[in-house]
Write a protein that binds this ligand. Structure first.
Ligand code: FAD
Length: 262
């Protein structure tokens, strides 16, 4: 079995610093960590490897410092790590990100399941997993809350549809995106930390993706352009309403209309 896990380095904390001039996230200097949903994706893959045998390959696209999350993945049970890092990959929207990851995965040994987190805590779009699956022309299931079993060339999972839980059996190879309900990720192991501390992470640039369409990488391959990103205004004025419950609810509705929430 070969499991591929896509992992992304994201800014630590919830306060994201945005450059007011360019509208792009200021990543330099910000503390970074492994996207929390990706720890659940990795855990799902490592558990299946422990149960069925095989290997886990972690893949990340990002600047050189994203190597840190691949090292963390090795400590959490991945067998190898690939960092896709090249200036031409920079500025990618979700389509270009999906394309670059899909082209890299095509060049790895054949896989059975690709695991992604359900979303990231910075970009937050939840589009990259399904994007990779579409580009590789394989089935995918999003928002998986439980991995039931994997056998006979298929994986059975529970997925949260927003209105209930669906149990699905999907033919391999496929891609699943994992929610936090799917498992409890393990902590990095000291034994694995010692064993993997000198293990290299493979860095691939666009040269390693020979044959891919370079015009689909990075900013050039991104049809989405961020026009403006800004923190929402948080009004600090407070109004106290007084009166009977009927007067209070009527007053509240008036305010909501006035502020165009209704
Ligand atoms: C015009 C434009 C310019 C942008 N410029 C930049 C920029 O300069 N720098 C920048 O960092 N971002 C940039 N972004 C944001 C970038 O598009 C997203 O961060 C990226 O496409 C991933 O989307 P997401 O974070 O919403 O991931 P989601 O779709 O929410 O992620 C779902 C899952 O996909 C996988 N995944 C997502 N991204 C990666 C990755 N990079 N490597 C491995 N697995 C991954 C993970 O498993 C993750 O849990 C830009 C976006 C736009 C539209």
């Amino acid at each position: 079995m070969h499991f591929v896990v896509c992992i992304k380095q994201v800014p630590e904390g919830t306060e994201v610093d945005i450059d007011p001039e360019t509208g792009v996230l200021r990543r330099e200097g910000a503390d970074a960590k492994l996207n929390v949903y990706d720890t659940h994706a990795l855990e799902a893959a490592v558990r299946l490897k422990e149960e069925l045998g095989g290997t886990v390959t972690a893949v990340s696209m990002g600047p050189p410092q994203a190597e840190a999350v691949l090292r963390e993945a090795l400590m959490l049970g991945a067998d190898s790590g690939y960092l896709l890092s090249d200036r031409v990959f920079a500025g990618a929207d979700t389509l270009a990100t999906s394309y670059t990851l899909a082209e890299a995965i095509r060049r790895l040994p054949p896989f059975d399941v690709i695991f992604c987190g359900m979303q990231t805590t910075d970009g937050d779009t939840a589009q990259v997993g399904p994007g990779i699956a579409e580009l590789l022309n394989i089935p995918h299931v999003s928002y998986v809350t439980r991995i039931r079993e994997m056998r006979a060339g298929a994986i059975a999972v529970d997925a949260d549809t927003g209105y209930g839980i669906q149990t699905l059996r999907v033919k391999l190879p496929c891609l699943v995106t994992v929610t936090r309900a799917a498992n409890q990720p393990r902590l990095p192991s000291y034994r694995l930390k010692q064993r993997t501390k000198d293990q290299p992470v493979t860095v691939w640039t666009s040269r390693h993706l020979a044959g891919a369409d370079r015009s689909r990488f990075g900013l050039r391959g991104s049809p989405t352009q961020v026009e403006r990103i800004f923190p929402p205004d948080r009004p600090t004025t407070r109004q106290m309403l007084a009166g009977t419950p009927d007067e209070l609810s009527a007053g509240l509705i008036d305010r909501l209309r006035e502020w165009r929430f209704l």
